[in-house]
Design a binder for this molecule. Structure first.
Ligand code: SF4
Length: 465
């Protein structure tokens, strides 16, 4: 049983060059990035001559054990955790995706969504390419293979010049580790160092776990090639307006990561402070539904002076699936994960601090359990504006139908969820909390202004039709 009311993380990527423990480091890197994708994971490694690969459906510790890791050799490795945003969740679509061409093996791990995937794929198929998957990421491998005879640098430049959309990728051949990030910089990607080895990761929390030092972010539009000669950086694409995904700060990235130059924890706390400034509400206490809203709730309470309580307790040991209970056990799926504390809630005026509302259905069920536990008034503050528009850059709400705010007013959403009042953070308040320039962000799901125009009919399964 899975909560389908939350937005889904997109994917996480990790890479190592020049370490005897490259495979094990990649395993730990993926472990730290598990929040970015829980459907499948994989590692490809290389000794400089031979490449090894293991991919499967499931969580990182379910897929890799000692015996599997011992079969993967080499000082170069890349890894991927996947939540499918283009193509079905099946093993064929797991990453890294690798293919051999003209005596060279290429492997890619991709975070993001290409918005011109259908057009590029059609062109490639028209000129003889045979596709094995329904992922947009496979296009990257085909484009590289087409051009690899010109040398890897030119092949990379040709590839990034042909694709449009959101992509933070790590790639490898037998003897090189590479990375590139789209010129808008939608998704994070950083570079680290460990014992003379180079590390690439979606988020800095993965560097922390393996005790690597953060060096810098890979710049939007930058390509890096790492081999025995060191690191080469090229920036072949013209400068574009930065379009960092602001939802990484609100919801996706881990709070202990630093992305786009700011700590996620700090931004979330400031979002909560802004919420408190914009929405003076009288209440006995404020609370998050753990873990969403935890850090915004801290900021909200510090700013408003309203006490913070944990009115529901999260069961940390609930797996992704469990046996369905009898019909009579209503709302079991919600209560098994989050159990209301009746003594705290009974007769109280409560403010729930949430990070986002996507469909609204889970919020509705959760609020019902708080009412049953005796809460007298329930208000909700949300640390971003209403999600009114789909995302085509790698987040799993690619149609308006998945977003309650695309067809309902705030008052209608309040009534649907069963709240006494509902308050969203303003767009300006959200931007101010980031501490970055206002024009450095993608805000498309909030204001409908898409930094790159999406192709017609884009959806998660558009390459399968
Ligand atoms: S549309 Fe929203 S979720 Fe998608 S990249 Fe832009 S800010 Fe992020």
């Amino acid at each position: 049983m899975r909560c389908m009311d939350r937005a889904r993380e997109e994917c996480g990527v990790f890479g190592v060059f020049g370490h005897n423990d490259a495979v094990r480091l990649t395993y730990f890197g993926l472990y730290a990035l598990q929040h970015r994708g829980q459907e499948s994971a994989g590692i490809v490694s290389s000794t400089g001559k031979s490449m090894y690969e293991h991919k499967a459906m499931g969580l990182v510790p379910e897929i890799f054990d000692e015996s599997v890791l011992n079969e993967l050799h080499g000082h170069i490795a890349i890894g991927h955790v996947r939540y499918s945003t283009t193509g079905s969740s099946i093993i064929r679509n797991a990453q890294p995706f690798s293919a051999s061409h003209a005596g060279k093996t290429l492997a890619v791990a991709h975070n993001g969504n290409l918005v011109n995937a259908r057009e590029v794929r059609r062109d490639l198929e028209d000129t003889g390419s045979l596709f094995q998957t329904t992922m947009d990421s496979e296009i990257i491998v085909h484009l590289l293979a087409r051009n690899v005879h010109r040398g890897i640098e030119e092949a990379l430049v040709k590839t990034v010049s042909a694709i449009e959309g959101a992509y933070s990728c790590v790639l490898m051949t037998e003897d090189s580790l590479m990375a590139f990030r789209d010129p808008n910089g939608f998704r994070p990607l950083c570079l680290g160092h460990l014992d003379g080895a180079y590390i690439l990761a979606s988020e800095t929390c993965a560097l922390d776990l393996i005790d690597a030092t953060y060096v810098r972010d890979i710049d939007p539009g930058e390509i890096v090639i790492i081999n025995e000669h060191g690191l080469q950086s090229i920036k072949p694409l013209s400068n574009r307006r930065k379009s960092f995904c602001i939802f990484e700060y609100i919801y996706f990235a881990r709070p202990d990561s630093t992305i786009f130059g700011q700590t996620v924890y700090g931004v979330r706390k400031r979002l909560g402070q802004r919420l408190a400034l914009e929405n003076p509400i009288e209440a006995d206490f404020a609370m998050p539904f753990p873990d969403s809203g935890n850090y915004a709730a801290i900021g909200f309470c510090q700013q408003s002076g309203i006490p913070l309580e944990m009115g529901v307790i999260r069961n940390h040991y609930v797996g992704r699936t469990f046996i369905e209970p009898a019909q009579s056990m209503r709302d079991f799926g919600v209560r098994v994960k989050l159990n209301p504390v009746k003594d705290i809630l009974a007769g109280k005026r409560v403010i729930i601090v949430e990070d986002s509302i996507i469909r609204g259905t889970t919020s509705k069920t959760r609020i019902k359990t708080l009412r049953q536990a005796g809460a007298r008034e329930i208000h909700m503050v949300v640390s971003c504006p209403p999600h009114q528009h789909p995302c085509f850059y790698g987040i799993d709400f690619s149609t308006r139908g998945e977003l309650i705010a695309s067809s309902h007013t705030v008052e209608e959403i309040r009534a649907f969820i069963g709240l006494d009042s509902l308050h969203y953070l303003s767009l300006d308040g959200m931007l101010a909390a980031t501490g970055l320039e206002n024009d450095h962000f993608c805000l498309a799901c909030f204001n409908g202004e898409y930094p790159i125009q999406p192709g017609e009919g884009l959806s998660k399964l558009h390459l399968e039709s």
